[in-house]
Design a binder for this molecule. Sequence first.
Ligand code: NAD
Length: 499
Amino acid sequence: MTTPSLDFDPSAIKLPQGHFIGGAYYQIDEAPIAVHRPSDGRLLGYVPDGSAQTVDYAVSNALQAWKTSGWGTRSPRERARVLNRWAQLIDEHVVGLAQLEAVSSTRPVAEAYASDVPFTAEAIRFFAELADKLGGDIAATRHGSLGFVASEPYGVIGAITPWNFPLSMCSWKCGPALAAGNAVVLKASEMTPFSTLRLAELAIEAGMPPGIFNVVNGRGATTGSAITRHPDISKVSFTGSTRTGAAIMSEAAFHGTKPVTLELGGKSPQLVFAQVPDLAHTARCVARGFTANGGQACVAGTRLIVHKRIAEALIDAVQRELVDIAPGAMWSSQTRYSPIISGAQAKRIETLVEESRAQGAEVLCGGGFFEGTEGGWFYRPTLLAKVTDDTPAVREELFGPVLTVQTFDDEEEGIALAAHPTYGLAAGVHTRDIGQAMRAMRRIAAGTVWINRYGRSGDMIIPTGGFKQSGIGKDLGRQALEASMRHKSVLIDFDFDIA
Ligand code: NAD
């Protein structure tokens, strides 16, 4: 199959407008939020800041659709048919979706085309396939009774997603929620709202009942908070920063004690022992682990912890991997490197690197922005040595392409350095010694451990989620579908003569 031309003119892209409620676009006069193109900082368009009334309108549409369309009560295989058609349409519209994703986000169009869009379709397909595979339990009761656990959808689930992988994040939230028979009201990030609206449009084309999947745009403090607080939202599934996750958890506690799934921030280590299977491969894993999407991935491996014996060779090899990294517009099919999402976020990275330097960190490479990128925020891949656990760049999730380097003498010290006081999202372990890999895997408190690789695969059966302040619950895997249902215990007596 030949690859279509992906290059496009960003000013010619037609942006979906408003909210998507009850199966159609919904426009109402609300405060506009300006959306900028991170590639060059120019104004792209506007998105409305959805009010509590708009959220209420979306939730009542969702509840009504859920009660009347039969989405939650029909056979899971019927839901799966709709979800599969949706996935198929996403695949068919891969070019348009990739371009829509690339114009407002940090995703290069070629990557959006090759991975974000296909992975979005694949995640929905995965949950469609799983829809009728999870049964309940039959309980061990006395013979005159039958006890079982029945799984049911919650009703309307609220979903809130971040800006870093808008399409994928939408599918991780909607796939399980919809497969389980819920309706969804989702708020995408106000910085990257457009591709999610288009997904909602395609869901209707696939045959999803209007009102089952709704998108309300707006800021966190207005729209996001109104979703969390709404009395008819029975569960909130969130991906974003640890600070926002805490705010949502607290609001959910006060407004209905509703359950939450929280996928939050990270500061993940790449622990490299003295003997690795292939140093060049390890260097590629390390380089890719902190530069993919400009370092703006929750699981970015931003702390290199390397045995002293191979530290110099590995750092050299990692730096060689960075040589060809160059900035470029997200609408050029040649671009592979991502800009920082916003000026504010770029400033934060700059400040944390400067503070780290002031505390003794040595910049081995990078340490500033690429020149001549016309208003965009392209930060150079940066390596910081001579850091301690107290260095700001080690302590904080700075969400940019910055790797700190710490060295160790023995296994015990390496594992101790890999631990982070706050986060526990992911970790990489690189070693030829399987025993050493298993010992490290057991002792590192992280929701995911990758051994001799770094990064997720297309295996949607493997769940993702964090320990400690990196989150609660899982996206993907069976666990995400189970968490989209509530479980009812049933006990029936049928033989009254048995004691
Ligand atoms: P963010 O927390 O600022 O915003 C995330 C979403 O929450 C946005 O839609 C935002 O509008 C909304 N929001 C903000 N305040 C809110 C409030 N009070 N109530 C309800 N909603 C609110 O995060 P971000 O900057 O968009 O994304 C980057 C963060 O996301 C990083 O910390 C990253 O690690 C994390 N992330 C985690 C995962 C994971 O799977 N663990 C995946 C991707 C991103």
